[in-house]
Write a protein that binds this ligand. Structure first.
Ligand code: ADP
Ligand code: MG
Length: 751
């Protein structure tokens, strides 16, 4: 019978556990050497690959071709090391280690492993989680789920120590990473993560490095050797530092004598005291403390609301850790779980359970920033914590994890001059979760319409302070012309799956199938996102946020904002007053009535007029105008015409209609009444559409400003009758930065 296991794939130690079919309780599966923990170290020895304890010994002895702590660079595409000239990424090395763990566990149990729940630091980004999944698959494991290490530890603890309404702060200090997570024990064995924070690059190794500094200085003093600048001498000292740390961490140890034998010198002995060690590492502890407070602040709780602190990770065996936390929280931290084993045991519990369903987004805006609404998390500090009990069975325990990082997209602000992180799913939101948004934007009837989305992970408003996860390009978007409103609408769905991995999907507004999406690596140089938005920034294929590329290599900011006559400064232009014979007109009244829906030109007693409205735009400001035009009412007055111009697009329309010109050439002949759509996008792409049909397009990159004009021209003298023309149902869209209304929520979908 194939079994499911939980695997703690640690930076320094890994462990595998399963649910013992007899006891129905989680249990560690010892490795081939009979140990519960396997050092995460690999040695490449003359074509042979050695794992675990033996490899670790070789590594500590400074032997060559040993690799350790590779989890620290999980998700990086560049090699972690070269062995015999061959590159290995962290993912490759993790795959090798996972295969070894799997094979050893199978040998111990005499059974095959069907699938696994694998743990990762809560702070792992989507890319690191994906790399972990790929590594497991390469190792021949089916990944049932990725869960966060602190959550796994809390499960292992909660099984035997359930206290309804308790808030448990899980403090996980491992070899290379630190995670702190606040979990809440709800009713009926419902365990939920509230908030989580972490530091990827803080762990036992940093304490080792401080010991190494002290030892190197002390041995140099003692021997007059230049140890720091000699890699051989230095590795002798550095190989001892972890052992010295462990000795200093043993009970009642006040100081440790350390001896080393140096070539050409001989043996030297120095002493290091526990007090020195603590003094030299106090700042590291403070860094963990600051993250504990941050987690509480985000949860809206105080130190008093923490029911208990749970210690996880080998580094919590340093006595200063529980002492520090006891001072901070005024209570003795729990050490009910074995800090090295709890994570694997919790993963084993999860491996026996079904994965959770998607939840919908629960948001609250605080100081203009989107955050997770925790009103229903039952966190109130007034609720009393119930007595501890054992849960009767594993099936009673359920886990709801949260997202450590907010997910956002790069967008352009309302003023159109700065990039920012538009948060879609806030940090500390229960997962799996989906959110879908509608976007309206300009598309071309001719081209292959594409939309680029840069997805970020992080809370900062500055995109460069966040991790830019991927650039997603939505392809095959169909141009939609719905007459009354300009722009094609597509729905974009952003999700964090059960594993904390990001997915992006897109559909046309009324579509029932997903549009194809291409995922691209983020360009190396992303410094532009930190600089003001300029036309250079946006027209060199450097799409940002939600943008559209209608031509290869070209793309434009495509977030359109409707502009109306009331908020756009249209200059009225006329030359009637300056006409040399203007004085002879007894009643030269011309009315240009421009409001949000119409431009009407009325003339009475018109002699010669050339009057209208004008709006000047920058060519990098994409713009489009859609309107219904009626020139039939000009008819009593031959000679009068309606004049339209938008850069290269122009028209001269009489009571019988006329020609629409693109760069001087006719692209369509229209009747007096027609629906016109004109646009200028991509910093020079002109498009004309008549009655819903594309009639022509032309690219003319121009840096000069473009006039949009609607005018009425009448050259006949002394017309005593009324002349008028209408342009109605005008809608104009101008490309601008993100506006809240541009991306309203829409229903999510799940297939
Ligand atoms: P990870 O999950 O990152 O693999 P672990 O939780 O297994 O890490 O913890 C490994 C770290 O714990 C190492 O830095 C190791 O030196 C440290 N550690 C293990 N035992 C002790 C001990 N007795 N005293 C001090 N540090 C210890
Ligand atoms: Mg660990």
């Amino acid at each position: 019978m194939a079994i499911s296991v939980g695997i703690d794939l640690g930076t320094t130690f890994s462990a595998v556990a399963y649910i013992d079919p007899k006891t129905k309780l989680p249990q560690i599966i010892p490795n081939g050497e009979g140990s519960k923990l396997t050092p995460s170290v690999i040695q490449f020895l003359d074509g042979e690959v050695i794992f675990g304890g033996e490899a670790e010994d070789a590594y500590n002895a400074g032997e060559e071709d040993c690799v350790a702590t590779f989890k620290r660079e999980m998700g990086e595409t560049k090699p972690y090391c070269y062995i015999g000239g061959k590159p290995y990424t962290s993912e490759d090395l993790s795959a090798m280690l996972l295969r070894h763990l799997k094979e050893e566990a199978e040998a111990t149990l005499g059974d095959t492993i069907k699938e696994a729940v694998i743990t990762v630091p809560a702070y792992f980004y989507s890319k690191e989680r994906e790399a972990t999944i790929r590594a497991a698959e390469k190792a021949g494991l089916k990944v049932k789920k990725i869960i966060d290490e602190p959550n796994a530890a809390a499960m292992a603890y909660g099984l035997n120590h359930w206290r309804e309404n308790a808030n448990i702060l899980v403090y996980d200090l491992g070899g290379g990473t630190f995670d702190v997570t606040l979990v809440h024990m709800g009713k009926n064995g419902e365990l939920s993560t509230i908030t989580t924070r972490g530091n990827h690059k803080l762990g036992g190794r940093d304490w080792d490095a401080r010991i190494e500094d002290i030892l190197v200085a002390r041995f140099e003093n003692e021997t007059d050797l230049s140890i720091r600048n000699d890699s051989e001498l230095w590795s002798i000292v550095s190989g001892m530092s972890e052992g010295v740390k462990k000795q200093l961490s043993a009970q009642n140890m006040q100081s440790v004598k350390v001896s080393a034998t140096f070539p050409d010198y001989g043996k030297a002995t120095v002493t290091i005291t526990k007090a020195e060690f603590e003094e030299n590492t106090a700042d590291l502890l403070d860094r963990t403390g600051a993250l504990c407070l941050a987690v509480l602040e985000e949860a809206g709780l105080t130190k008093k609301d923490v029911t208990d602190v749970l210690l996880v990770g080998g580094s919590t065996r340093m006595p200063q850790v529980p002492e520090y936390l006891q001072r901070m929280f005024n209570k003795k931290p729990l050490s009910h779980v074995n800090p090295d084993e709890a994570v694997a045991l919790g993963a084993a519990i999860q491996s026996s359970k079904a994965n959770e369903d998607y939840t919908s987004l629960v948001l609250k805006v605080v100081d203009g920033k989107k955050t997770t609404d925790r009103a229903n998390f039952g966190l109130s500090s007034h609720v009393s914590v119930k007595a501890e009990r054992k849960l009767n069975s594993l099936s009673m325990l359920t886990l709801r994890e949260t997202t450590a990082h907010a997910m956002g997209i790069i967008a352009i602000n309302d003023e159109g001059n700065r990039y920012y992180n538009e948060i879609i799913i806030p940090a500390n939101h229960p997962r799996p979760v989906r959110a879908a948004k509608k976007f309206r934007f300009y598309t071309s009837p001719h081209s292959n319409n594409e939309l680029a989305i840069y997805v970020l992970q992080g809370d900062s408003e500055d995109p460069l302070d966040c991790q830019i996860t991927y650039k997603y390009v939505v392809t095959g978007i169909q141009h939609v012309n719905r007459g009354e409103k300009i722009g094609t609408v597509i729905r974009i769905q952003y999700s964090y799956d059960v594993n904390g991995v990001i997915h992006i999907q897109a559909r046309q507004e009324d579509g029932t199938v997903d549009l194809p999406i291409r995922r691209e690596e983020v360009p190396e140089d992303i410094s532009r996102f930190g600089r003001p938005v300029t036309s250079e920034n946006t027209d060199q294929g450097f799409n940002v946020g939600l943008q559209l590329g209608t031509r290869s290599g070209q793309s434009v900011v495509h977030k359109y904002k409707p502009v109306t006559f009331s908020n756009v400064k249209w200059d009225k232009y006329d030359n009637i007053a300056t006409h040399p014979s203007g004085a002879q007109f007894n009643e030269p009244t011309v009315h240009v009535i421009a409001n949000e829906e119409n431009i009407e030109f009325h003339g009475y007693n018109i002699s010669e007029m050339n009057e209208g409205v004008r709006y000047s735009i920058d060519p990098s400001d994409d713009f489009e105008i859609e309107c219904d035009i009626n020139t039939s009412t000009i008819s009593p007055h031959p000679g009068g015409y309606l004049e339209i111009s938008l850069g290269l697009i122009s028209a001269h329309l009489t009571e019988n209609g006329g020609d629409i010109l693109l760069d001087g050439a006719s692209v369509a002949t229209v009747a007096p009444r027609f629906h016109l759509r004109m646009s200028l996008t991509d910093g020079g792409q002109y498009e004309v559409e008549i009655d819903g049909r594309a009639v022509g397009s032309k690219f003319k990159a121009s840096k000069s400003r473009v006039d949009v004009r609607f005018g009425f021209v009448h050259e006949s003298h002394y017309c005593q009758l009324l002349s008028h023309a209408y342009i109605s149902d005008i809608s104009m869209m101008q490309a601008v930065g993100g506006e809240g209304d541009d991306n309203p929520d829409t229903d999510t979908w799940n297939d």
